[in-house]
Design a protein around this ligand. Structure first.
Ligand code: ADP
Length: 539
């Protein structure tokens, strides 16, 4: 195989040495090298710019440069080309120094023959190539290391970001959990969390305090086993089942038993939590202990009831004259009928048919008197509070009967406009009658006091658009001046010399206790209208 000719640049300041090297090389390797000779560094630099060389033979004693400087500058001009330094015998140490600074090898002039020079050139080229490859491999490795390092840095940064994000999320979750727990444990309501089987998952501190159980004691047990009287379980379970089926909240009131056996009345608001599939996961029941509140309400109701009774007795006291008069009429009639009966008997001749008729009249008048007494006794009787279904029209008619005498004496006409087919109301009959009686008697007094010529009271019943029922008592009295209208429901407010000022206050309390309303308004023409509104019962 033909070897390729290697271009070699010989930089030699001494022409004789240059010829010697050339001659030696041509002698031993005639076809291997093509030698270009220059005698100074500047020219060498020029040559290196113009042509490519496989190797450089460099003399370190050039006219324009010498020593390590000559080597550095040559290397700078051709960094990839191997340089073999040519040295004189007496500066071999300088040659060695040059090798340490990047020369591939050195030759001592006159000591090497052509064969050695050629071999040194070849080895230098091989070493240079090997160095090059090593450098390339090293660079590649460094690049890979750099790329890998950069990748690891990015991965590491992401990892740090993820860790920080997770820590932030955990912190947020922890705060939320602490927040929820704090609310749960400080709220003044019983909170119990149940699973769909009714087993207790969690309860709050307030629940523990009220019911006397620790959460750990009852966790996992069905609430009805722990808190309910056995006989009410069957009533409560359907309410719980209804929550699971309808998956919406409900409200409920029932008694729970504390650990020491006391009953607490709890007003529950229940809600459900569903999972991502829509199945009920938990039931959350929030309860307010209304035991004391209900007892107070009961007491207030009893007070109201007692007060209403006293007020009824007082009303009847005020109406005593009218009542006596009402009783007097049948009694007088009885006396006069029995007189005529006696007269007929004493005369010795009487028509039995006529006597029979007079006796019948006596019986009817006695009935009438008995009816008045019965009505009054019923009104003043103190019966236990009981709400029954009644017709408003019936209540109005009862009141009208009680006030007829008083109205007549005051020349007041009482007219009723009773709506037909009204739904019933569920009320304490006597108490609501008392309210209507109070309104009607106030109306009579107002008309009597005003002394006008139109002296009429209209009592109308009817159904309103919102489904409630109304009794309106409209009079032709003086109406309500602003200062009176503002105060009529205040306790002890009265404009009457003998008034107590408690009638409307008590009436309003009775109406409120029936979830109703009582209002007064001046009529457009004359007088006042009082409206009593009560919820209707749909049957
Ligand atoms: P009292 O009848 O003992 O005064 P009420 O509480 O029943 O107590 O009434 C308070 C006041 O309201 C009455 O004194 C009167 O001034 C006013 N009032 C009540 N009803 C009417 C009415 N129909 N017309 C005008 N004023 C009325």
């Amino acid at each position: 195989m033909r070897r390729e000719i290697l271009p070699v640049l010989l930089i030699e300041g001494n022409p004789r040495d240059a010829v010697l090297v050339q001659t030696q090389l041509l002698e031993f390797a005639p076809d291997e090298f093509e030698i270009t000779v220059v005698d100074r560094l500047s020219r060498a630099q020029q040559q290196l710019k113009e042509s490519a060389f496989a190797a450089i033979l460099l003399d370190l004693s050039l006219p324009d440069s010498s020593g390590i400087s000559a080597l550095s500058r040559t290397k700078a001009a051709a960094p990839q080309v191997p340089i073999i330094v040519l040295s004189g015998i007496d500066d071999e140490s300088m040659a060695l120094h040059a090798v340490q600074h990047g020369a591939q090898d050195y030759l001592v002039k006159g000591r090497a023959d052509g064969h050695v020079i050629a071999r040194v050139i070849r080895y230098a080229m091989q070493r240079q190539r090997a160095d090059e490859e090593l450098r390339r491999a090293h660079n590649l490795l460094e690049q890979r290391v750099m790329e890998r390092t950069a990748f690891l840095k990015v991965t590491n940064r992401r990892l740090h970001e993820e860790i920080a994000e997770r820590e932030r999320t955990e912190e947020t979750l922890r705060k939320e959990r602490d927040f929820s727990s704090a609310i749960l444990d400080t709220v003044g309501a019983i909170v119990v969390v149940l699973d769909p089987q009714g087993c207790l998952v969690r309860c709050n501190r307030y629940c523990e305090q009220v019911m006397g159980y620790l959460e750990a004691e009852i966790k996992g047990r069905q609430v009805w086993d722990v808190f309910l009287e056995p006989e009410v379980v069957a009533r409560v379970q359907p309410v719980f089942g209804d929550l699971l089926v309808r998956k919406s909240g409900n409200k409920y009131e029932n008694y729970w038993l504390t650990k020491d056996g006391r009953q607490r009345l709890i007003d529950w608001s229940n809600t459900v939590l569903v999972d991502s599939q829509g199945a009920v996961e938990f039931v959350i029941a929030t309860g307010i202990d209304i035991t004391e509140k209900r007892a107070t309400e009961e007491l207030e109701r009893q007070h109201l009831f007692d007060l209403a009774h006293v007020s009824r007795l007082s009303t009847m006291g005020q109406m005593a004259t009218e009542i006596a008069h009402e009783l007097n009429q049948p009694l007088c009639a009885i006396a006069s009928f029995s007189d005529s009966c006696l007269r007929m008997y004493d005369s010795g001749k009487f028509d039995p048919q006529e006597v029979r008729q007079v006796l019948q009249e006596i019986g009817e008048q006695a009935q009438r008197a008995g009816e008045v007494i019965r009505r009054i006794r019923k009104f003043v009787r103190k019966e236990p509070a009981e709400r029954i279904l009644v017709s408003l029209n019936e209540l109005v008619s009862d009141v009208v009967r009680l006030t007829l005498v008083e109205a007549r004496w005051n020349q007041v006409d009482i007219r009723t406009e009773l709506a037909e087919a009204l739904p019933a109301v569920k009320v304490d009959k006597i108490l609501v009658e008392q309210v209507i009686l109070n309104l009607v008697r106030n109306a009579i007094e107002a008309i009597a006091h005003a002394g006008g010529t139109r002296r009429e009271i209209v009592i109308a019943t009817g159904a309103r658009d919102d489904g409630t029922l109304e009794v309106a008592v409209r009079d032709t009295g003086p109406g309500l001046p602003q200062n009176v209208a503002e105060n009529i429901f205040q306790p002890f407010f009265t404009t009457k010399p003998q008034g107590m000022g408690m009638g409307l206050t008590l009436s309003l309390s009775i109406v409120k206790a029936h979830d109703g309303q009582l209002t007064a308004e001046a009529n457009t023409g004359q007088g006042t209208t009082f409206r009593l509104v009560l919820p209707a019962i749909k049957i």
